[in-house]
Design a protein around this ligand. Structure first.
Ligand SMILES: [Zn+2]
Length: 181
């Protein structure tokens, strides 16, 4: 799941080589032997929401790989030029067609294996009518005891749902910051 290696220089198009640059760096980078551009690769942000309606949460059945046919929370890669909350709202609109009021952060998860950071926000649904996009087969509400735990697409989604419901039980909305291997 790590990013595909860079093959060609973004500046001049020459084939790059992976080596430690001569500037005191300690990691291998894609270095262009032609124009000497160093290409830095850093983790990507995945942003999403836990949309809730009373005691139920909204899950989307995936119409795309990975995890086709499994259930997920609305989430996706942040785009340049948007904030984390804007990205989470956009994904919620694109994948579920859900109208929400954005609330506080619930999880911040580092996923070093994938080179990603995932952030989820609580989001109060303003309607229980959904209009899912092409990436979603079906969008529907689940109470805690209805969640298809064996058919959740990603561990980060499962971990976020567990914290959402445990916060509900304690009546405290907290930010959970942890790593997912
Ligand atoms: Zn170059």
């Amino acid at each position: 799941m790590l990013h595909r290696p860079i093959k060609h220089c973004r500046n001049c198009g020459a084939a790059v080589v992976y080596r430690i640059p001569d500037d005191g760096d300690t990691r291998k980078r894609a270095v262009c032997p032609g124009c000497e551009t160093i290409h830095y690769e850093n983790p990507l942000n995945v942003v999403g929401t836990v949309p809730y309606w009373g005691d139920k949460v909204l899950l989307c059945k995936r119409n795309i790989e990975p995890g086709w046919g499994k259930w997920t929370l609305p989430a996706g890669f942040m785009e340049l030029g948007e904030s984390t909350q804007q990205g989470a709202a956009r994904e919620t609109d694109e994948e579920a067609g859900a109208r929400i009021e954005m609330q506080g952060l619930i999880t911040v998860m580092s996923v070093p294996r994938a080179g990603q950071v995932h952030l989820y926000y609580r989001a109060r649904l303003l309607s229980d009518q959904f209009n899912p996009g092409h990436e979603t087969i079906e969008a529907r509400l689940f109470a805690q005891d209805e969640i298809p735990w064996d058919e959740i697409a990603f561990r980060t989604v499962r971990e976020t749902l567990l914290r959402f419901f445990s916060d509900r039980e304690t009546g405290r909305d907290t930010v959970h910051n942890f790593d997912v291997s």
